[in-house]
Structure formats: structure tokens, C-alpha cells
Design a protein around this ligand. Structure first.
Ligand SMILES: *[C@@H]1O[C@H](CO)[C@@H](O)[C@H](O)[C@H]1NC(C)=O
Ligand SMILES: *[C@@H]1O[C@H](CO)[C@@H](O)[C@H](O)[C@H]1NC(C)=O
Ligand SMILES: *[C@@H]1O[C@H](CO)[C@@H](O)[C@H](O)[C@H]1NC(C)=O
Ligand SMILES: *[C@@H]1O[C@H](CO)[C@@H](O)[C@H](O)[C@H]1NC(C)=O
Ligand SMILES: *[C@@H]1O[C@H](CO)[C@@H](O)[C@H](O)[C@H]1NC(C)=O
Ligand SMILES: *[C@@H]1O[C@H](CO)[C@@H](O)[C@H](O)[C@H]1NC(C)=O
Ligand SMILES: *[C@@H]1O[C@H](CO)[C@@H](O)[C@H](O)[C@H]1NC(C)=O
Ligand SMILES: *[C@@H]1O[C@H](CO)[C@@H](O)[C@H](O)[C@H]1NC(C)=O
Ligand SMILES: *[C@@H]1O[C@H](CO)[C@@H](O)[C@H](O)[C@H]1NC(C)=O
Length: 601
């Protein structure tokens, strides 16, 4: 069997044959020491229970794709803005032909024909629907129903799976197997409850000095509206175009439906010119669009109201992606699936044209996403960047701790079998190919305590942030938080925006929300306005922002120097002069940023 890889012939795998896979010894491909805290093994999984298995095939040309990404995103490079097409990124993500053959051969040996396989646009993912019994044969494993002791929810998972040894170099990962990720919306329910009553304004009719030095309504210190954000971030008087080709994309998951009646009521209240306008709805993987008030999602309402409200009349797209564990396996219909980023990525990467700016307000603790899976999702974000899309993610609502916004009830333990206390970075914010957005509060702006920030345990610090992050680390007293975080990791957030007291309309009533879920669509809206300005001036969109932000863009941001992000029983990190792991390089000053991006090639 060795011959196959030695010869490297495109069709050599056909020589292997079904019998050979059965002879070939299985070897463990991936294992975890146990399920995450709170989950326990309940019962063996029913053999007929259906799994949607996603198989990631290696992308041998990814280093080349990454090189393109750095070049086209660096304003000082001659190729700045020379973004790739779908065909070009597909070719750079494609597996080796030999890999395609041998994996097909293996699937065929288990009775799965080509017509049973769903392939991604670049052929780098294969999806199959198989009963647990067959998956157990293929992966020489035993699936169990795991239950969450707090919520009673279930998932069908295993803690280890194997593959014939010959397949190991041809498969990056197969899920759902060991992945217990709990994807969540980064709007903070804690604050939302606290803020059910409107905050009291201290000087409702006056003005105060905003971060850009201009006068802003004093009420903006208590209630954040569309008008406030345009004043604070200095875009009053800038009109976006409806027709220059610029677009904003927002994502929805977890059955979060954006309610159109809420949106129109919000427009009447906060942006009357947008009243009556609509956006494009895209359903991915069975994502629904329930329009009754009872089905409105606060996260989806927040994202669409502020994202589309700030950028109107820029055309908007809302992606509703279905499919998310956990679920009740006793119910007959549902198929066990993975967390839904990969479905969304599969969809957008298969499109010829994409919105130039996309914001997502959902994430997981990095450690709940297997390293192999996080790496592949992050590679998809790199492809989006190479295509010229600016991708924003909320940085999380637990400070340096887990997704629990209440520092007192956080549980910051490693899930690697050692069970040691450590800070818990958030993913995808920790992916070096996205722009992570933290949160501020008040005027003058300070970091808000829940603003997620820290250092990845999976991804190394990318060179674009080397200088900024080294400078921050050098300011820490020697030994600070030693062992609690990885000083060599990708540091986040990159930037920040207001994240408290946002006035939204939800199920027909006004209410207040908080969270980095407010900050990401806000920052993304100002990026979308910058893309609008560039496109109207015949320039390319900004694409992946970080190389620009860390080399020159930071000078056009309002540096946030007060506040910290406690968690895991610590005070967290401090906001400081320059970049910090609480608010990144700061909040946008649109006029300054626009001058800068229009001066770039
Ligand atoms: C499957 O795993 C078991 C141990 O769990 C091992 O004894 C057996 O040889 C494996 N089967 C194959 C085909 O590798
Ligand atoms: C603010 O202005 C409104 C309407 O102009 C007025 O009724 C109200 O008394 C003013 N409030 C204060 C505190 O000045
Ligand atoms: C923006 O639009 C408003 C309303 O149509 C108009 O009054 C204003 O002059 C426009 N501003 C610019 C800079 O074009
Ligand atoms: C707006 O778009 C959504 C999604 O496409 C659609 O469900 C809704 O009916 C539209 N609303 C109006 C007022 O056109
Ligand atoms: C709304 O969505 C749920 C699934 O989350 C579905 O069961 C229900 O029937 C839908 N309701 C309507 C009115 O479409
Ligand atoms: C990890 O350690 C904490 C504190 O010592 C303890 O409460 C918890 O039960 C431990 N968890 C596991 C999975 O061992
Ligand atoms: C804004 O509100 C904060 C918190 O209430 C307060 O400390 C600050 O002084 C206010 N800013 C101004 C300019 O009044
Ligand atoms: C909205 O307000 C109405 C009238 O005050 C109230 O009956 C209803 O319960 C409120 N809905 C929500 C979701 O708060
Ligand atoms: C944050 O600032 C406070 C007050 O200056 C200081 O005591 C603390 O050590 C700083 N924390 C870190 C992690 O730098």
C-alpha cells in the first residue's frame, strides 16, 4: 500500500481496493480525554441514529493561499487589493488528486458511491449521511449519547476515532466525533436583563465631547442609537451609495430570526429614511426565517437593526444558517450535525460574488473546538480575506474567562485532562485571519468589563501584530498571569466599538442590549462605509483588515486607555496606551480612516 503514495499517480488509489482497507490496521486519528465539564456519557447511541459526517481533506497549497492573503492585504505591497477569484481560491484549497481518489475508494468500500457524497466547492470537504452503526465501522469507534447535566440536552459523540493508517495523511479530520463545541451568541443576557428599564440620562438636552473631539448628544452616554454611533465615530454627513456594488453581510445561527416588523419599527425610531427598505435573506443548511414576534431573536434583531440601520442604503444580506447541536436524539427527525460555521463557510466560498464586509456575533471557547477543526475553519476565513472580504467577529463577553459574562460564576478550567485554571480564549476571534472586535462603554469611552480578550492557545502570533503585542507584553510586570495565558499566541481583540445600552426593538417593544454582539456589527458598519468610499472612488475594497490596521490604520482609531476585562478570578488585562487585549487599537474615527483609505492604492 505504501506504493500508492510513493508513485503519486493520480489514479493509483484505485489499485488499493476494498479488501485492502479492511486489511489495513486502524490507527487513532484523534482523541480527547473526556467530554467537557458538565457533559456525561448517558447511553450507547442507537445504531440507526443518523449522523452528518464532514470529512476535511488536506489543503496542500494552503501556504500559497496564505502568501496571497498577506500580499493583497498589505497596503505597502505592490499587489495590494489584487484579490483572488472564487476559482483561484478553490484551486488553492483543493486537495491532492491522489487524496480524492483514495478517500473515494475508502468510502466506496463502505458502500458509499459518488452520488452519496456532497462535495464543497473546492472539493476540500466531503459530507456523508450515515447511520451510527456504519460510522462506527468506518471509524472503529463506539458512539454514545452524551448529556449536559445542567440543561439535559444531548449529543451523539465519541471521545476517540480511528482510520486505516494509509488514510491518515489524506484526511485532516472527521466530525461529528470528538467535537463538543457550544456555539453561542455574544449578546449578554445578563446585561440585557439588568437593562430592561431605560437608563436615566444625566443631561438629556446638552452635548458632550465625543472621542473624535466633536460635540455629541449627551444622551449618547446613556442610550446608544444609530444617530449616536454616527456622531461618536464621526460619520455624520457621509452618505453611502445604494448602487455602487457595495454590500454588508450579517450572519444568524441558533434559530435566531431577524424580525422584519421589529426592523421597520426600529427604522421609524432611529433611522426614518430607511423605513420601508429591506434586505436579502439567504437560507443555509435549512436555516429558517420565522416572522412571528414569538420567534424573533434578540441577537438577530440587534445585528440587523444596527448593521443595516447604520449602513443604509447599502444593500444588506442576512444569512440564516441552520443546524446546531445539541438536540434530543430521541426525536425521530433531526440529524446530528456539527457547529454551523463550516456550513456557512461552504456556502459563501461557493459564491462568485460576496458582500465586501461581513460581521458575526457568535463564538465558542477555543478549547471546545478541536484544534484540527478550528484550523480548517480559520483557513476558510483566510480564503474569504484573499477574496477581498473584511470579516469581523465579536471578541466574546467573558473578559479573559469563559463565555459566562458574570465573572463570579466563570469556570476557567482547561479541558485537556490537566484541569488547570487558565484564561479561555474565544474562537473564531482567536483566528489570525479575522478582525476581532471588543467593547467599550460611556463617553469618554472606556473598556467595558466583559470585553473578551487574550491570547490564542492554537494560533501563533501573526507577524502583523508582532510589534504592537510585544510592546504591550513588555509593559506587564514580570511574571504577570504566568501559566494562565500563552504569550506567543495570536492576541485579540484587534479593535473595539461601543457595546452597552444599545436601544433596539424586540418583539414590538424597545429594550436595551449589551455585549460584543453590539460592537461587531457597529465596527463592521464603519468598515462597510469605508469600502463604500473606496468603491465609489474606483478603488478595491479593503479585504482582510489587520495588516492595514496594525501598520497604519491604528492611527485613525480612538485609543482606549481605561478599563479592564476581569475573569477567572483575576482583574484581567488593562486597557493601555496603544494596543491592548481588551479594546485592541481602539474605536473608529471615520473621517480619519476615510482620509487614510482614500490615500491608499
Ligand atoms: C479496532 O480497535 C480495537 C481496539 O479498540 C482493536 O483491537 C482492533 O484491532 C481495531 N480494528 C482495526 C480494524 O484496526
Ligand atoms: C429638554 O428639552 C425638552 C424639549 O425641548 C424639554 O421639554 C425638557 O424640559 C428639556 N429637559 C431639560 C433637562 O432641559
Ligand atoms: C446626504 O443626504 C442628505 C439627505 O438626502 C442630504 O441632505 C445631504 O446633503 C447629503 N450629504 C452629502 C455629503 O451628500
Ligand atoms: C423583507 O425581506 C424578508 C426576507 O427576504 C421577507 O421575508 C420579508 O417579507 C420582506 N419584507 C418586506 C416588507 O418586504
Ligand atoms: C418556527 O420555527 C420552529 C423551529 O424553530 C418551527 O418548529 C415552527 O413551526 C416555526 N414557526 C413558524 C410559524 O414558522
Ligand atoms: C477541576 O477542578 C475543579 C477545582 O478544583 C473542580 O471543581 C472540578 O470538579 C474539576 N473538574 C474535573 C473535570 O475534574
Ligand atoms: C458618562 O457617563 C459616565 C457613567 O455614568 C460618567 O462617569 C461620565 O462622566 C459621563 N460623561 C460625561 C461627559 O458626562
Ligand atoms: C411588549 O409590551 C407590551 C405592552 O406593554 C407587553 O404586553 C408585552 O409583554 C411586551 N413584550 C415583551 C416581549 O416584552
Ligand atoms: C492594571 O492596572 C492596575 C492599576 O494600575 C495595576 O495594579 C495592575 O497590576 C494592572 N494589571 C495588569 C495585568 O497589568
Amino acid at each position: 500500500m505504501r506504493l500508492v503514495s510513493l508513485l503519486g499517480l493520480p489514479f493509483a488509489a484505485a489499485l488499493v481496493g476494498a479488501a485492502s482497507f479492511k486489511d489495513c490496521q486502524h490507527k487513532v486519528k484523534e482523541s480527547i480525554h473526556g467530554p467537557p465539564r458538565g457533559w456525561y456519557k448517558h447511553a450507547p447511541a442507537p445504531k440507526h441514529h443518523m449522523l452528518e459526517l464532514k470529512i476535511a481533506l488536506p489543503q496542500p497549497k494552503f501556504p500559497e493561499l496564505e502568501q496571497h492573503l498577506w500580499e493583497v492585504s498589505d497596503p505597502s505591497h505592490t499587489r495590494y487589493g489584487a484579490h483572488l477569484s472564487k476559482e483561484e481560491t478553490d484551486a488553492l484549497m483543493a486537495p491532492h488528486p491522489e487524496t480524492l481518489d483514495i478517500v473515494s475508494e475508502w468510502l466506496a468500500s463502505h458502500g458509499l458511491a459518488e452520488e452519496d457524497l456532497i462535495r464543497s466547492s473546492a472539493n476540500d470537504w466531503v459530507t456523508i449521511h450515515v447511520p451510527v452503526g456504519l460510522a462506527e465501522d468506518m471509524l472503529n469507534t463506539t458512539y454514545h449519547v452524551y448529556k449536559d447535566s445542567k440543561t439535559g440536552e444531548s449529543m451523539v459523540r465519541t471521545t476517540s476515532y480511528s482510520l486505516p493508517e494509509i488514510l491518515h495523511e489524506h484526511v485532516d479530520l472527521i466530525q461529528p466525533t470528538t467535537m463538543f463545541a457550544r456555539f453561542k451568541a455574544f449578546k449578554s443576557s445578563l446585561h440585557w436583563t439588568d437593562l430592561a428599564q431605560p437608563p436615566v440620562s444625566n443631561s438629556p438636552n446638552g452635548t458632550i465631547t465625543g472621542p473624535a473631539g466633536n460635540q455629541v448628544d449627551a444622551s449618547c452616554n446613556n442610550t446608544v442609537t444609530i444617530s449616536c454611533l454616527k456622531q461618536l465615530y464621526n460619520s455624520v454627513g457621509y452618505n453611502t451609495s445604494a448602487t455602487n456594488g457595495n454590500q454588508l453581510g450579517l450572519t444568524g445561527y441558533l434559530e435566531q430570526y431577524a424580525n422584519n416588523m421589529d426592523l421597520q419599527q426600529f427604522y421609524q425610531l432611529e433611522n426614518p429614511s430607511a423605513y420601508g427598505s429591506n434586505y436579502t435573506f439567504v437560507s443555509i443548511n435549512g436555516g429558517l426565517n420565522n416572522q412571528s414576534y414569538a420567534d424573533a431573536g434578540i441577537e438577530a434583531d440587534l445585528d440587523t437593526q444596527f448593521g443595516f440601520g447604520l449602513t443604509w442604503p447599502t444593500p444588506g444580506t442576512f444569512y440564516s444558517t441552520g443546524g446546531e447541536p445539541p438536540f434530543t436524539p430521541d426525536m425521530l427527525s433531526p440529524t446530528d450535525t456539527n457547529e454551523p460555521y463550516s456550513y456557512w463557510l461552504d456556502y459563501v466560498l461557493s459564491q462568485d460574488t460576496l458582500p465586501q464586509t461581513i460581521s458575526t456575533s457568535y463564538g465558542d471557547d477555543e478549547q471546545t473546538v478541536p484544534y484540527t477543526y478550528a484550523t480548517r475553519v480559520c483557513a476558510g476565513m483566510a480564503a474569504l480575506g484573499a477574496r477581498g472580504v473584511s470579516v469581523m467577529f465579536s471578541s466574546g463577553d467573558g473578559g479573559v474567562g469563559d463565555g459566562d459574562a458574570n465573572p463570579a460564576t466563570q469556570e476557567c478550567y482547561s479541558n485537556d485532562g490537566r484541569n488547570v485554571t487558565k484564561f479561555l480564549p474565544a474562537f473564531p476571534a482567536s483566528c489570525p485571519y479575522v478582525t476581532a472586535v471588543g467593547a467599550t462603554i460611556n463617553i469618554p469611552e472606556t473598556a467595558v468589563f466583559f470585553s473578551g480578550g487574550g491570547f490564542s492557545d492554537y494560533f501563533l502570533r501573526p507577524s502583523y501584530q508582532d510589534a504592537a503585542v510585544s510592546e504591550y507584553l513588555a509593559k506587564l510586570a514580570p511574571g504577570t498571569y504566568e501559566g494562565l495565558y500563552n504569550p506567543y499566541g495570536r492576541a485579540y481583540p484587534d479593535v473595539a466599538a461601543q457595546g452597552y445600552n444599545f436601544l433596539v426593538v424586540y418583539q414590538g417593544n424597545t429594550t436595551y442590549v449589551a455585549g460584543t454582539s453590539c460592537s461587531s456589527p457597529t465596527f463592521a458598519s464603519f468598515v462597510s462605509m469605508l469600502n463604500d468610499a473606496r468603491i465609489s472612488n474606483g478603488k478595491t475594497p479593503l479585504g482582510f483588515l489587520n495588516p492595514f490596521l496594525y501598520s497604519s490604520g491604528y492611527a485613525a482609531l480612538n485609543d482606549i486607555t481605561e478599563g479592564n476585562n476581569p475573569g477567572c478570578g483575576t482583574e484581567g488585562f488593562n486597557a493601555t496606551v496603544g494596543w491592548d487585549p481588551v479594546t485592541g487599537s481602539g474605536t473608529p474615527d471615520f473621517e480619519k480612516l476615510m482620509a487614510l483609505v482614500l490615500s491608499m492604492p
